[in-house]
Design a protein around this ligand. Sequence first.
Ligand code: GLY
Ligand code: MN
Ligand code: MN
Length: 442
Amino acid sequence: MDISPFRQRRLSLLAQMGEGVAVIPTAPERLRNRDTSFPYRADSYFHYLSGFPEPEAVLVLVAGKGGAAAQSILFCRDKDVDKEIWDGFRHGPEAAPEAFGFDAAHSIKEFDAKLPELLADQPTLWFSLGHDAAWDARITAALNAVRAQTRTGKRAPAAIRDVRTAIDEMRLVKDGHEIALMREAAAIACDAHRRAMRTARPGRYEYEIEAEFLHEFRRRGSQFPAYSPIVAAGANACVLHYVENNRQLQDGDLLLIDAGCELDGYASDITRTFPVNGRFSGPQADIYDLVLDAQSAAIAAIRPGATFLDPHTAAVRVLAQGMIDLKLLEGSVDGVIESEGYKRFYMHRTGHWLGLDVHDAGEYKEGPGDDGWRVLVPGMMLTVEPGCYIRPADDVPQAFWNIGVRIEDDALVTTDGCDIITDTAPKKIADIEALMRDTTHA
Ligand code: GLY
Ligand code: MN
Ligand code: MN
């Protein structure tokens, strides 16, 4: 593993802190049911700064003061040959510093005793309160242990600042290591979507198509799906968070698949919608091309200097006009946008930040009001995912009933626009139909 990106991020955070001590715990292991754990995944913030994969670990960063060098200290599980027979390798405090570039490491058993020493006479504690009650209590106990020593001349930190807020700003702009991983996560998921287009046909089940994704993800080294895959045929496509994936695919259904993988912590997030029988019907093509046009308008709005809201605004305008043209809505495009009438068929946002978390860290606004939306800069990664979902209703043309379409790509903001890193999954109608006709690789 190349540890230099992680070290670089720690140094960058330490420089931003200027002073004080940061405490960043990893995620706990979680039971799924008796004696069975969920697969372990490190906390995203902890991983971002350490790359250390084991549970029961805490990173402590001590900013240098008075000429002293800054320090990165890991607390982790001890080596334990008996436990390693059952649960696998542990670095232990002896091997972790060299393997991950920490200045020092200690047993996690010493953490509660050492933290008050590390906090004494420091002006600021950088910790993110309110995410885990047990951690909040642990931190409070350490602060009180320092306060109890005030008569011996020790001072507890006077300020507590949110360390996640500082890391969020860093995570918003991806470094080269992150971009390379995200491109690979995107490539794997694109190939899985191509595989789904080749193998879907009437009579198969949604879960069989889901299995194609899980197989492609895992055989390419992805550790997990980035989220529960949505494989939604027919009317299920109009259920935004559908995850049952148990319907039999019918001739005439559209199949909406929202599935991406996680590779070394980084997510891809892709949606494609295609006809199970390989041919879009007229009404399906009408809605599909409307959503594709909306996505093109949104992508054209992604560039440095634009705001996070601009792609959404562009997509909504195209969708609103199309909904009027297709007689889903009445009125003028400005009226439909003003009244938010389009939300009946397009009720979600056009994108979100993407990174270690599929809905990634980072504020969307820098200030109040519509002027406050964050300005895009190169290195940001966001999804572009307009959709149109039409439930049966008396005032809706019957030809469109139960059609649900979403098209979702992942965009890297570049110096002069954006790079769609998921464009090897076809999305033009002609390209999808051509791929589905080509069963030579099915
Ligand atoms: N797959 C989650 C999302 O599209 O936001
Ligand atoms: Mn998304
Ligand atoms: Mn998605």
